[in-house]
Ligand binder design. Structure first.
Ligand SMILES: O=C(O)c1ccc[n+]([C@@H]2O[C@H](COP(=O)([O-])O)[C@@H](O)[C@H]2O)c1
Ligand SMILES: Cc1cc2nc[nH]c2cc1C
Length: 351
């Protein structure tokens, strides 16, 4: 499934980019005066291969999984909070539920590897696609086998395909997993050869002593795991989470179906980075929603040459920052479709 998805991702049409840029210049405004919104409109057109792209309704995919490395005491919250937040998503009470309702989004929560049983009513409200109940402890052994990482990627591809089949025209991809900033920072350090000072941050809010411990745990993991930066799937298996792998799949699956992909914070951006290493043609389909407070996000964004739309000092995850940026995508589409040209409005062009 992975190789056929990778093969289906197309390069954007440069002639279409030219046509949309021309159209933007004909609209009743000084050329370029809508700034980054104009570039966003072109990016959306290229993703969908449509001169008049449409991003509504959006689909929100929240992938949840647990991490064996939580046992090292690297988070401010206990592992059980992952399952408890899945119940909150199922009940509609989390921040992402609020924003999904606000935007009329189809929201799907996917249990790709939560540890422990979920109550039956929660199980009915989420997609159960557990590859295993939490990863192994990456400080001690590989978090996943390659097969498990590929199976989790397949879960993400299938979720993206369901969303597109249900009519979603853009995907907002989020995650929930206690200790996943440890996995993400480890992956980032391994793939970008970045220092642990730069990539490791407080996650859910640990103090300075625990932050030093978290760095030490990641240093031990990088020493112990044999990670080759030229083998993104191997790195993902050794260090990554099941939800991170599923997000990789969701981006690839969405791009193969030609929908723009809104990227969230640190964990989501590290997944996007892994996906781009697997398939560089993915990059034009990615739109970066926000700049997270988590310090490693800056490193991941720089590696992807990405400039996020918003900076609201968020550090929540679950797709919240991506969802908050969605109205800008909607506005960019509406400009292309609804704004009058100079000819239509009878306004003389600039001398
Ligand atoms: O998206 C981000 O940039 C982000 C930054 C810090 C924390 N989080 C969320 O917090 C959880 C991971 O934090 P931690 O401290 O348990 O590693 C996980 O559920 C993420 O969704 C998310
Ligand atoms: C309460 C809580 C909500 C979250 N949403 C995403 N990650 C989270 C982590 C915690 C701890």
């Amino acid at each position: 499934m992975l190789s056929s998805t990778l093969a289906a991702i197309r390069e954007p049409d440069s002639a279409l980019a030219e046509r949309v840029a021309q159209h933007l210049d004909n609209l009743t405004k000084p050329p370029g005066s809508l700034g980054r919104l104009e570039r966003l409109a072109i990016e959306l057109a290229l993703s969908q291969d449509e001169a008049l792209p449409r991003v509504s309704p959006p689909g929100v995919l929240v992938f949840a999984a647990d991490h064996g490395v939580a046992a090292e005491g690297v988070s401010a919250f206990p592992q059980a909070v992952t399952a408890q937040m899945v119940a909150n998503f199922a009940a509609g009470g989390a921040a992402i539920n609020v924003f999904a309702r606000q935007h009329g989004a189809r929201l799907e929560v996917i249990d790709v590897g939560v540890a422990g049983e979920l109550p039956a009513e929660v199980g009915r409200a989420v997609v159960t696609a557990r590859v295993r109940s939490g990863t192994r402890n990456l400080a001690v052994e590989d978090a996943m086998t390659r097969d498990e990482a590929e199976a989790a990627i397949a879960v993400g591809i299938q979720a993206a395909e369901r969303a597109v089949a249900a009519g979603c025209r853009c995907l907002i991809v989020g995650e929930m997993g206690i200790a996943n900033t440890t996995a993400s920072s480890a992956l980032l350090a391994a793939l970008c050869d970045a220092s642990l000072e730069a990539v490791v941050g407080p996650g859910t809010g640990i103090d300075a002593a625990r932050l030093a411990h978290k760095r030490e745990v990641i240093a031990r993991a990088l020493d112990g795991r044999r990670v080759d930066a030229d083998d993104p799937l191997g790195a993902l298996a050794a260090l990554g989470g099941l939800e991170i792998a599923a997000m990789v799949g969701a981006y690839l699956g969405g791009a193969a179906r030609r929908v723009p992909l809104l990227v969230d914070g640190l964990i989501a951006t590290v997944a996007a980075l892994v996906a781009c290493r697997l398939c560089p043609a993915l990059r034009p389909y990615l739109i970066f929603g926000h700049r997270s407070r988590e310090p490693g996000h800056e490193i991941a964004l720089a590696d992807l040459d990405a400039r996020p739309l918003l900076d609201l000092e968020l550090r929540l995850g679950e797709g919240s920052g991506a969802a908050l940026a969605f109205p800008l995508l909607e506005s960019a589409c509406r400009l292309l479709a609804e704004m009058a040209t100079f000819d239509q409005a009878g306004i003389g062009a600039a001398p």
